[in-house]
Design a protein around this ligand. Sequence first.
Ligand code: NAD
Ligand code: WQD
Length: 337
Amino acid sequence: MNILVTGGAGYIGSITCVRLIEAGFTPIIFDNFCNSKRTVIDRIERITGKRPLLIEGDIRDRTLLDQTLAQHKIDAVIHFAGLKAVGESVAKPLAYYENNVGGTFTLLQALEAAGVRTLIFSSSATVYGDPASVPILEDFPTGATNPYGRTKLMTEEVLSDIVHANPAWSVTLLRYFNPVGAHPSGLMGEDPQGIPNNLMPLIAQVAVGRREKLTVFGNDYPTPDGTGMRDYIHVMDLADGHIAALRHAIGKPGTHIFNLGTGRGQSVLGMLTAFERACGRPLAHTIAARRPGDVAACWADTAKAERELGWTAKLSLEDMCADTWRWQSSNPNGYAD
Ligand code: NAD
Ligand code: WQD
């Protein structure tokens, strides 16, 4: 089966392409490289022995999408392409709505015209806003606290409306919790451009000497050690969640919503300590005020994914840290240009 993978050169998309190839699917990557490097394609080939087809382009380019869909018989789409930095979305909301929401509109129009109606969408736990309790179930109320989150929520709503209007569509909304880790080979991982936004790449850059210390945002939360708790999930498990969702979606119309997490929360200090074990040395940190907009605790109830997809996260916190460290220490500056 041919799977069009928008954003397939990015962190989660590229590792999902490796797993797709290993599972016997044929990914076709569609990416404009606004937040990724071309060398990632070489790494996919090195790991799998197969070079995925690459279409370099923007999901807002309807003509290129139409050409792509005419040239290749696409069975399903995994739609990763999007901008993802929360802070940047506050500063540049229009860019986020245009790329994430507008880009998805163009993609959907092209898919509808081509009769491709199976889509897996990269959503986020951010759509739960500030949850009333943890663990979070898929039917919890949704809400957004920043423009990035609103682009995910708006896209989820548009996709649900499309299924409502045309029940031939099969749409799967995958709400990722906190993806971390790297391919166990150390050849592929997260390569943030500029200052990272997320905890794990920041810790990894301290460990490799690119940053002096980690700033812990708040130690006065109502959690066991006072620091924020999140559901960190290994990107390999996340990639496998997409394969499970794909197999589930094919031939099953409707809107399907799944949390992809481990079902466990880990604190900021817990992550730091686990990474110190992985890299074998203490890592400097300081405590600062809470980061505005942060919630105290956020982790998934994963029973629905386990029941309906037959999928659970298998890799441990030690795996997440060891694999990130292998990737970071052997590629201190990320992918080459
Ligand atoms: P990423 O930035 O590494 O990958 C996104 C890819 O999409 C990049 O290769 C980028 O070049 C491409 N892209 C962006 N806009 C495009 C456009 N208009 N046309 C074509 N390609 C475009 O991000 P990621 O961490 O791999 O995330 C993938 C998806 O998962 C995103 O939609 C993101 O919002 C979502 N998500 C990520 C996280 C996370 O913490 N990493 C959590 C929840 C959801
Ligand atoms: C994790 C924890 C911070 C940096 C974000 C997006 C969300 C989703 C995943 C895309 C928190 C603490 C962080 C630092 C710290 N992305 N922290 N010092 O905020 O859970 O979620 O990424 O969909 O939408 O909002 O992840 O990695 O930024 O933070 O103490 O320098 O680490 O306060 O408790 P977050 P994160």
